[in-house]
Design a binder for this molecule. Structure first.
Ligand code: FE2
Ligand code: FE2
Length: 135
């Protein structure tokens, strides 16, 4: 089921919100593709998009953590490392069918959404808000 961005998902920093919206696009795209018949090429492309997104987005968040001395930085960075490790495993994994791969990646992205974006990422909202960092 496609997920729509809404204001409740905002973390208060525009750059992060835009990237989190990109994440939802990747996830929704994969939902669409998996409903139709996804090919192995499309699956590899989707995994590539997730990998590129992770690299770009995590380094953006981490550069803000470093710049503003976010106290939970180390802990948050460790969570990013664990997500990147899982993305790498998907890159090398052999799936019986491309659809199986798509479903596994959708599960993973949903888990990322719930346990990271809607949890760890929300922990920095107040910190940046207090500093007046909104971009
Ligand atoms: Fe994030
Ligand atoms: Fe994060």
């Amino acid at each position: 089921m496609p997920l729509k961005w809404n204001a409740d998902m905002s973390v208060g920093v525009k750059t992060f919100d835009q990237q989190h919206q990109q994440f939802l696009e990747i996830l929704n795209n994969l939902y669409d593709k998996s409903v139709n018949e996804i090919s192995f090429d499309e699956l590899q492309n989707a995994i590539g998009s997730v990998a590129r997104f992770a690299t770009e987005h995590f380094s953006t968040e981490e550069s803000y953590f470093d710049k503003y001395n976010y106290p939970q930085s180390e802990e948050h960075k460790r969570l990013h490392v664990a997500l990147v490790k899982r993305v790498k495993e998907f890159k090398d994994k052999k799936f019986p069918t491309a659809a199986d791969g798509a479903f596994e990646i959708i599960d993973f992205l949903e888990d990322w959404l719930v346990t990271h974006m809607e949890d760890a990422d929300r922990d920095y909202i107040e910190f940046f808000q207090k500093l007046g960092v909104t971009d």
